[in-house]
Design a protein around this ligand. Sequence first.
Ligand code: ADP
Ligand code: MG
Length: 358
Amino acid sequence: MYRPLISGIRKSGSGFSHSRFFLAALFLLSLLVLCLGGCQRKPSAASAQISDVGFFFDTVVELRLNGTDKQDLIDECFRKMGDYEAILSRTREGSDVWKINQSAGEPVEVSDDTAALIELAQKYYELSDGAFDITVAPYVTIWDFPNNTGNVPAKASIAAARIHVGSSLLHLDGNTVTLDDPRSSIDLGGIAKGYVADRLKEFLVGKGVESGYINLGGNMLTIGTKPGDVPWNIGIRRPFGEASDTITTVKVDGLSVVTSGTYERCFEKDGTIYHHILDPASGYPVWNGLSSVTILSESSVDGDALSTSCFVLGLDRGMELVESLDGVEALFITDDEELHYSTGFPRDTDSATSPSSF
Ligand code: ADP
Ligand code: MG
């Protein structure tokens, strides 16, 4: 069960403080959805618009629905997010992921959703040649990015974790999950939000929603267009810029726009940025000259897994992977703010905010 908190914020059972809320709200503001037209109009039945904000998956989430005033649809989405978090969270005691990580090598029965997600994660492990690997969890635990403000772990502890990392240690047979190594563990942080966004969109479309978006902490999944057949105009944040500073924008109609960036969960120590996208081979943050990777795709789980995968693969190999896939486009932004687009990416040629893009 959830309770509305101040200003319509809903919270899940995971750790939450007011300062984190304000930080998160600031972050949400940076996800600039430019509501051209429509926003100022007085609502009528057909032009009704409802939205709400909550806190799940350790991030701020936002839902907007156009053409309906059914608040119960939004309430149901928040309830579903709570249910997904309860099975997919690594830190929530009793979740499927928690059970897998406590299994000490024994097989564990998981829900259909967890099994589906692990199967997809394994697919992306293969597709990315090991760059996307949910068994990075031992490193994730050591680095503890959401809470770490500047503590670089000892080399020896990273090295000790390394032998327990590798998705070849993870097996899925129907709904049964086995980790060969009792000290291995999994973390679905690089893929779960995309999966949940897809399920929420399915639910909403099934209820007749034709326009809106699901924003799970920057994983943006649009439904149709804005009223009047106007595409959504999604801002892509300037890495390390002010919260509202967009480097460019992209117009989409029903697509997912997901970004993985170094600036999202990081700290700086002695001039080095330590961030949350980890190289499975080393256990250290990926330092390859990239600041962010944005993926456009139909399904948000693909976008989520690919944004992390491509970040780890780097500009050349990541771009090669994107170009080999149908229906997927990417924007890679380097540390010096160069913008590299895949061939079919709908570039924003009007934007004065992207002087370095051509
Ligand atoms: P965000 O959580 O900000 O949306 P990502 O989708 O890029 O960012 O996922 C990063 C998260 O995925 C990390 O916080 C960690 O939980 C997990 N992760 C880190 N490195 C990898 C990796 N190489 N493969 C799979 N998951 C990873
Ligand atoms: Mg991801």
